[in-house]
Design a protein around this ligand. Structure first.
Ligand SMILES: Nc1ncnc2c1ncn2[C@@H]1O[C@H](COP(=O)(O)OP(=O)(O)OP(=O)(O)O)[C@@H](O)[C@H]1O
Length: 206
């Protein structure tokens, strides 16, 4: 693996834009070249989950001590649970020769990205944009995983994520996920370390 593709790749963008879909396709095409890092969480394991596989399951006290030690490059709290990405977990992926993909948690992706920017990780940042807000809403509805209230909340958060992406230097690449095959081919190139012509952010004022 070249040095370029050992740099972690941060993928962020509004919930429902298709990040998971793109990453799933990448992992399916290149099972030996990419991996997620294993995050820490204070939530309890669900049936079938194994410590160190889906998550590193830790107590609130342990999480806080890791946080104080500066172990996490980003962390967030969702309801009463904490989640964090440790530098050690990213290094563990790099040690396997795979490129680490960081799918920054959608509910607070700009918060996570801002935190990562404070560290010396220096990943490549890819923002996945919807073609329009109308299409983002349709995808969230079409996915069928959220109530209408949750969809409205995700759309409000999306607006702040989009305004962050518009800031100078917020991301290295913008990929508009309109046609999935075209978006995937660009995402695949970035992931493989090939240069691409990034997209221009659509107005997203609908
Ligand atoms: N280019 C596309 N055209 C049409 N539908 C798409 C496209 N990309 C993804 N979708 C669909 O949009 C929905 C949302 O995609 P996905 O769950 O991958 O989003 P996400 O960004 O990972 O969301 P979250 O951050 O909430 O996990 C899914 O139903 C997916 O099949």
């Amino acid at each position: 693996m070249s040095q370029k593709t050992n740099i972690p790749l941060v993928i962020f963008g509004p919930s429902g834009v298709g990040k998971g879909t793109l990453i799933k396709r990448l992992f399916a095409e290149f099972p030996d070249q990419f991996a997620f890092s294993v995050s820490h969480t204070t939530r309890l394991p669900r049936p079938g989950e194994t410590d160190g596989k889906e998550y590193h399951f830790v107590t609130q006290d342990k999480f806080k001590s890791l946080l104080d030690e500066g172990a996490f490059i980003e962390h967030a709290q969702f309801s009463t649970n904490y989640y964090g990405t440790s530098i050690k977990a990213i290094k563990a992926v790099q040690a396997t020769g795979k490129r680490c993909i960081l799918d920054i948690e959608s509910q607070a992706s700009t918060q996570g990205v801002r935190q990562v920017k404070q560290t010396d990780l220096n990943p490549v940042y890819v923002f996945i944009s919807p073609p329009s807000m109308t299409i983002l809403r349709e995808r969230l509805r079409g996915r069928g995983t959220d109530s209408e209230e949750a969809i409205q909340r995700r759309l409000r958060i999306a607006l702040s994520e989009i305004s962050y992406a518009k800031e100078e230097g917020a991301c290295d690449y913008i990929i508009v996920n309109d046609n999935l095959d075209i978006a995937y081919s660009k995402f695949r190139d970035v992931a493989l370390g090939n240069p691409i012509d990034g997209d221009t952010l659509p107005p997203l004022d609908d």
